[in-house]
Design a protein around this ligand. Structure first.
Ligand SMILES: Cc1cc2nc3c(=O)[nH]c(=O)nc-3n(C[C@H](O)[C@H](O)[C@H](O)COP(=O)(O)O)c2cc1C
Length: 306
């Protein structure tokens, strides 16, 4: 029995549920390294480039990456060349991808979310916009905006006023009550929520016993955070009436199956792509697993764990 893997994410009709997690797969760089291999069977049903901000950001001091027992710590600090360069240099190249492009934006001030969304609103290459609310916020003394439900709501309202595009808000798990923040995003006009960004963490150098990362602390990703992510997806999708994009440690088709059963409509692969750039090519295996469970389509799998 052939399983129908197509899913609808608002107005986006995706060939299957597997997409990439922002900041973990640079398709423009991978294009050079993998050449045709990447495009013969592009692994993602939609592509999300790295988050861009209103002004370019240099990011945090090195070292910025440290592998841990079951995951990766990063403190990139949203290094990016700014939304203007994204629009003039990257967008036309991304347009040639065989899948819809979801732009990811962040702001150091709440107002930046509206400004960035307005700059993308008229761009036909952009199918949807994801708000990354994990950027350090100047109004919150450098804490991530997404730690504060009211600020999350305000940023979403400003973006909502600036664009009619499908609006996704990507939440940080580093809060006591993720349902409260998700509800604030939806109240502000989010069409979808994305869960989860990285989990606060740090590592010490075994010899010097000093922090390894130049920024001292960072964000943990990879298999270690899968249970944290699965819980967030389960709770939020059960509570709120918007589609959820699930991510956090997805490495195999079995992981993707579980995220969808927990309530995700689409599933993003992040850290796994660093180990194997084609790790995300898991849609056929996901189809096989869905079939094995006697479920007829990917959309029927969504939330069966509830
Ligand atoms: C090196 C690195 C860079 C990241 N950059 C971004 C980013 O620019 N924007 C964003 O929303 N998330 C960013 N993330 C978070 C991922 O998109 C994802 O939410 C997180 O890593 C959990 O998924 P994973 O365990 O599959 O990696 C980054 C993660 C890593 C490891």
């Amino acid at each position: 029995m052939a399983v129908n893997l197509e899913i609808k994410l608002g107005p986006l009709e995706l060939a299957h549920p597997i997409i990439n997690a922002s900041g973990t797969f640079d398709v423009l760089a991978a294009d050079k390294a993998l050449e045709e291999d990447l495009f013969v069977s592009f692994p993602f049903a939609a592509y999300i480039p790295k988050t861009v901000t209103l002004q370019p950001r240099a990011g945090n001091p090195p070292p910025r990456l440290q592998e841990t027992a079951a995951g990766l710590l990063n403190s990139i600090g949203l290094a990016n060349h700014g939304i203007e360069a994204f629009i003039t240099e990257d967008l036309h190249r991304l347009e040639s991808l065989p899948v819809p492009v979801i732009a990811s934006i962040a702001g150091e001030e709440t107002e930046d979310y509206g400004r960035c969304a307005a700059m993308l609103d008229s761009r036909e290459e952009v199918a949807a916009i994801e708000l990354n609310v994990s950027c350090p916020n100047v109004e919150l003394d450098g804490r991530a905006l997404g730690l504060d439900p009211e600020k999350t709501r305000q940023a979403t309202v400003l973006a909502r006023q600036a664009t009619s595009k499908f609006l996704i808000v990507k939440l940080t798990p580093n809060v006591t009550d993720i349902i409260e923040v998700a509800a604030a995003a939806v109240d502000g006009g989010a069409d979808c929520v994305s869960l989860i960004n990285t989990v606060h963490g740090m590592a010490l150098d075994r010899y010097s016993l000093k922090p390894v990362l130049g920024h001292v602390t960072g964000g943990l990703s990879g298999p270690a955070i899968k249970p944290v992510a699965l819980r967030a997806v389960f709770l939020v999708s059960r509570e709120l009436d918007v589609p959820v994009i699930g991510m956090g440690g997805v490495t195999t088709a079995q992981d993707a199956l579980e995220f969808m059963a927990a309530g995700a409509t689409a599933v993003a692969v992040g850290t796994a792509s660093f180990r194997d750039p084609l790790a995300a090519a898991m849609a056929p295996e996901l189809g096989r697993l869905i079939n094995e469970h006697g479920i007829g389509s990917a959309s029927e799998l969504i939330g069966v764990a509830h």
